[in-house]
Design a protein around this ligand. Structure first.
Ligand code: CIR
Length: 253
């Protein structure tokens, strides 16, 4: 179970955030509204949410998941592969130190964004992506192993981050799309398959037995409900315009 979450208010500069999709420029006011409802959804799952202030110098800084990994034993400050995001880490360090006695850091030549890491109990699946390289993943593995946790590497070729296309819903269930439907490492899970026209919904989050999902993806939402979960739907259109999903918007621990 999680008890806390950290989020960061979107900056006005988010209109200049990195994107690979052609969905238009985010509407900042609407993004703020959606973000506020996201916070309420986390709170309704029992989390105490810390809201960090917007960072105008970092258009993508509301995607706070990428700059740190919080485990039950330790926290790890990442080293984002996206250059424009690299110094976001200096603004999250204090929050990590407040919550953990042990904080590690990924160092050069490693790069790692924690959107590439999926936690399954004490196992961590680390996607090797354009943002996370082998050195970053190997350093992360070392930190996790020091504390009795395990890491598994997943080679990726299609998606931005691992969790862009796969989410662990506990109870041995994975919500997955695209290249993650056929990875041998995921064969042991019961896979709920997300269809191509609803790919964005693969980035949903398990929070204390509820699943927070993006609104507007009826097939995936029905499938998750049918699997026995209570679903909270929230609008995330303005973050989708920047390739950001629901997991990216918080650190949950
Ligand atoms: C980026 O490209 O870094 C942001 N526009 C989106 C980050 C999304 N984060 C995530 O998937 N964990």
């Amino acid at each position: 179970m999680f008890t806390k979450a950290i989020v960061r208010t979107p900056a006005k500069s988010m209109i200049n955030g990195i994107t690979s999709v052609d969905l238009g420029v985010p509407n900042y006011e609407l993004a703020l509204e959606q973000h506020a409802k996201y916070v309420l959804a986390l709170e309704s799952c029992g989390l105490e949410v810390t809201i960090l202030p917007a960072l105008e110098g970092f258009p993508d800084s509301c995607f706070v998941e990428d700059v740190a990994l919080m485990t039950s034993e330790c926290a790890i400050l990442t080293r984002p592969g996206a250059l424009s995001r690299r110094n976001e880490i200096t603004h999250i360090l204090e929050s990590l130190e407040k919550n953990y006695p042990t904080v590690y850091s990924i160092i050069p030549p490693g790069t790692l964004e924690a959107g590439d890491i999926m936690m399954v109990g004490s196992d961590f699946y680390i996607g090797l992506s354009d943002r996370t390289n082998h050195s970053g993943a190997t350093q992360m593995k070392g930190f996790l192993e020091k504390h009795g946790m395990q890491a598994h590497f997943i080679r990726m070729s299609e998606m931005l981050h691992l969790k862009t296309g796969v989410a662990y819903l506990e109870n041995n269930k994975l919500l997955a799309f695209g290249e993650f439907l056929t990875k041998p490492e995921f064969e042991k899970f019961n896979i709920l398959k997300v269809s191509k026209d609803e790919a964005y919904a693969a980035n949903s989050i398990w929070v204390n037995d509820k699943i927070i999902m993006p609104a507007g993806f009826p097939k995936t939402i029905a499938m998750v409900k049918h699997a026995g979960y209570e679903v909270i739907e929230i609008e995330a259109s303005e973050f989708e315009k920047l390739d950001g999903g629901l997991s990216c918007l918080s650190l949950r621990f």
